[in-house]
Design a protein around this ligand. Sequence first.
Ligand code: FAD
Length: 487
Amino acid sequence: MDFKSYLSQDLIDRSRALNDNDFKQNGAYVLCWLQQTLRAFDNPVIDAAVETANKHDLPVLVYHGIRQDYPHASDRLHYFLLGGSRGLQTGCRERGIRCASYLQTPDNIEKGLVYRLAKNAAAVFLEDHPTFVARWQSENFSRKTDSAVTAVDAARLVPTRVLPGGLKTTPSFRAANKVLRDTYAHVQRDVMPSVPAFEGDLGFTEIYLSGVSDTDLEVMVAECDIDHSLWTCPEFPPSREVALAKMDTFIEEHLPRYKWTRNNPAKDGFGSQLSPYLHFGLLGPRELYESISKSNAHSAAKWKFLDEAITWREWFHYQAAHIDSFELFDGLPERAKTTLIEHAADEREELYSLDDLLHGRTSDTIWNAAQKQWLTTGYMHNNLRMYWGKKLLAWTPNPIEAWNTACYINDRLSLDGRDPATYGNMQWCFGKAKPGYREISVYGWVAPKSSAALVKRDGVNDWVAKMNDAPHGEISVPDYIADPLKF
Ligand SMILES: Cc1cc2nc3c(=O)[nH]c(=O)nc-3n(C[C@H](O)[C@H](O)[C@H](O)COP(=O)(O)OP(=O)(O)OC[C@H]3O[C@@H](n4cnc5c(N)ncnc54)[C@H](O)[C@@H]3O)c2cc1C
């Protein structure tokens, strides 16, 4: 489908055709299928769909479906997704767009729903995500449907596809990304539809979420056949308003000192805690960049925060889009894989079961505190995550099992898991960063990490004791870690 003749330039930059199918002249609407970018505003996927629909005098239908069988489906993730869908529906209504949400329950099982919706669509727009379910489903769908499918980059400030290929280092990526930031930073389209919202029957039972209370969302989650042992996270209400308020508070109160204080896990608010909202798209990177840039904070503070939120975040998205098997041990650089495999048979001094790891029951009180923070709140502080990831190499029988365990725990427990940043950072822990000074048992040339610097930070020892003393719930433990790629 030739979208280049009519889409705005920034949307062309963000868009790529996933198949060669033609625009259907008899389509009833343009379908915008969202899986992870759950916001109605500042959303380039919706904007590209609306510009296309306006050109052909058609309405847009936004669709968001939540199945019971995606990897790690739990109260924790379902509740966040439903909250995101609620805001999406409300916002779409404000924009004059119909948003249909579907929640699969044992009594409401639809097969191939998105294919059915696509049958009546003139064309389909969806998100360009480089990892996990959103990627697998989009690629699969675009191969099988007879509709024209266009993927739109809504997860990055600078669209990955406009960057040169073959960037190998963080400095080269930073330089390439940085010069393009201002091209995309000031474009918020929120294109309004020129045709009234689609009102036809869609042939399935929709859920109506606008105005629905949090308690009602919990009731809906309880009806689903998912992992109910993993609870929701009150510290992270799934709402765009909360995300924007958290961002404003962070900018006002913590951004000026972020560069110097961010590595202390004991202090609340020293990190922005925005990663779950960025992951599920309730907050977009463009609006975050613009708000930080416009703030009165010192330029060094702004630079440091944007280096994390834009450079590092988008660098991992770039790598995920370019490196095969990014989610797997196999995606590690050869030198890291080789040294870890050479030491796979080295004796481990301690081995822990998945049950002990999930519940933070090891001999290491710092690691346990970090793990308990993840289990309980759905969030772990950045500085702890580095220590956490490295330790798993020493406590599991071999590096492949260590990788699978690390990704399993991260993806299941963390609200921001299943993200390019998950696997990119795990690669960092497993040897992508520069090698250690000497070859050692188990790690080979991969540098281990000590907790010496961590415990010297103000309040960390008290924080560790407090986390370990607090009561923590128990979650279900599988007999083995299933391959999420088999979804
Ligand atoms: C082993 C390990 C696993 C991780 N898993 C994830 C994950 O599953 N999802 C995830 O989003 N991040 C992950 N990170 C990166 C980082 O720890 C989190 O993004 C950060 O802790 C989120 O907290 P915050 O929002 O308060 O971050 P802030 O310090 O406030 O940073 C602002 C934003 O910048 C981005 N960011 C910060 N640090 C990084 C980083 N190292 N890499 C990429 N982006 C970054 C995040 O989007 C974050 O929200 C992981 C890091 C490690 C070492």
